[in-house]
Design a protein around this ligand. Structure first.
Ligand SMILES: CC(C)(COP(=O)(O)OP(=O)(O)OC[C@H]1O[C@@H](n2cnc3c(N)ncnc32)[C@H](O)[C@@H]1OP(=O)(O)O)[C@@H](O)C(=O)NCCC(=O)NCCS
Length: 158
């Protein structure tokens, strides 16, 4: 894909995206979400899931659950052939902006200890490592690193 980053669009996850998003998850995670799990997000009132389109093609997806003033970021994923071009950073930035707009004051997430690309991405986006959940990922019995950051105060639209 050679499209410029200006061609990016974000839209809400919809039923017609589920099969492609599931296929991207399968090549991106050791324990990918199933189509049923993604479908459940469509009806989950706390869920805000988006797909990232690059020149009208799905290049990634991700979402967050909003509870009180906390956003739990999840499933930030860029299609393998689109990585290392700044798209992960754009996707994360978009999710943080949406969460801020909807009233979140903090964002947090869990990431596999061995997932160095994702940990770097989150560190560059201002997250700090604040804890660890021992053996959180049953596949591989791997620890999760918990990362958090504050969000800017959302000002009402002028
Ligand atoms: C993590 C992921 C979303 C990053 O997407 P990406 O489009 O490649 O990321 P970007 O090009 O925007 O890179 C942003 C920063 O992430 C870090 N990064 C990304 N890939 C990296 C790699 N392979 N090694 C080290 N750091 C990496 C760098 O800090 C990079 O900033 P820099 O380019 O200025 O050095 C992508 O690798 C992915 O989809 N992985 C599989 C799914 C996954 O594990 N998601 C995270 C779940 S917690």
């Amino acid at each position: 894909m050679n499209s410029a980053l200006q061609d990016i669009q974000f839209i809400r996850l919809a039923p017609q995206h589920i099969s492609e998003v599931t296929a991207i998850a399968q090549v991106s995670y050791p324990d990918p979400w199933s189509a049923a799990l993604f479908r459940a997000e469509l009806d989950n009132p706390v869920s805000h899931f988006y797909v990232m389109l690059l020149a009208a093609m799905i290049a990634g997806f991700g979402g967050f659950w909003l509870a009180a003033d906390e956003a739990e970021i999840m499933n930030i994923t860029v299609k393998p052939e689109c990585r290392r071009r700044g798209l992960g950073k754009k996707l994360l930035q978009y999710l943080l902006e949406q969460a801020t707009y909807l009233g979140a004051k903090h964002a947090f997430l869990e990431v596999r200890e061995s997932n160095i690309p994702a940990r770097h991405l989150y560190l560059t986006a201002g997250f700090q490592e604040t804890g660890r959940r021992k053996g959180y990922y049953s596949l591989g019995n791997e620890d999760a690193i918990i990362m958090r950051r504050q969000l800017p105060v959302s000002s009402p639209e002028q």
